[in-house]
Design a protein. Structure first.
Length: 268
């Protein structure tokens, strides 16, 4: 049986839910989390520690135990210590399902042997930056990161080392925080255009830098740049040289002001 202190905490959680606008199954979350901690071979902390942790998980309200278990199991399977896995998973238990989904997807893509195969610390850093540390559309984050990692690691596209692809993809995805739409396809379109004969035919390094710069300006930046470049290069337009046309196109594509989306946020 629970001791008086544990029982008092559970009752407090139950009574707290009555003042909330949405149902909060704190008891269910407490029991689910505690039974997981008792039974999972990677955890099994001392009983007092398990009960205390389960109570903290239950504070995250409905779905908190599921979020905790998903993150905890992912981290422990990757070699994280019980203490670190519990600490990080607890943060997600009190967050949203969207944060947990984004973290799980990005972490799995980063650490899987058949994908980037990054070390635990590198994979964790990227996954946290694109979930807990990200204020944009978390559904788009998962898709964008996967597309960019696949594109980056493919030898027919960029063919960069896998360790570089992780940080590269995370950096590009981070640029989409202030935009409602995803950033992967606009980036890839820009890069392909910039290194093609139809565009400026830049070397890969220069095309990458410019495509990344355009990705920070939003999904319309590529179209603005391409139109401006072609017009500036045309004899019936501005009649500029290639380098002058690039400079002009970069300048004019930056005139679009970022409009931060207020929809599809994880906190709403």
């Amino acid at each position: 049986m629970m001791n008086k202190q544990i029982m008092a905490c559970v009752l407090t959680l139950i009574f707290t839910q009555s003042s909330q606008a949405t149902p909060c199954q704190t008891t269910r979350e407490f029991i689910t989390a505690l039974e997981f901690l008792r039974s999972d071979s990677d955890f099994k902390p001392p009983e007092a520690e398990a009960r205390d942790l389960a109570l903290k998980v239950a504070e995250g309200c409905s779905g908190s135990a599921r979020r905790f278990i998903r993150v905890a199991k992912a981290l422990s399977s990757a070699g994280s210590t019980r203490k670190d896995a519990s600490r990080i998973a607890l943060k997600f238990s009190k967050g949203s399902d969207a944060e947990t989904d984004a973290f799980s997807s990005v972490f799995r893509k980063s650490i899987a042997e058949d994908s980037l195969d990054l070390d635990l610390d590198s994979a964790l850093k990227i996954a946290l930056s694109l979930s807990k540390g990200f204020s944009g559309n978390l559904t788009k984050v998962r898709d964008d990161y996967e597309k960019l990692v696949d594109y980056c690691s493919n030898s027919t596209n960029l063919g960069l080392p896998r360790a570089q692809c992780g940080s590269f993809a995370a950096r590009i995805v981070s640029a989409s925080e202030k935009w409602e739409d995803g950033v992967a396809l606009p980036f890839i379109t820009s890069f392909e255009y910039l290194k093609s004969e139809k565009g400026p035919a830049l070397i890969m390094a220069d095309a990458l830098r410019l495509a990344e710069d355009l990705s920070k300006q939003g999904p319309s930046a590529h179209e603005n740049f391409a139109q401006a470049y072609q017009y500036a290069l045309s004899s019936s337009g501005l009649g500029l040289t290639r380098d002058e046309a690039i400079k002009f196109a970069r300048k004019i594509s930056k005139t679009a002001e970022p409009k931060k989306s207020q929809e599809n946020k994880s906190s709403h």
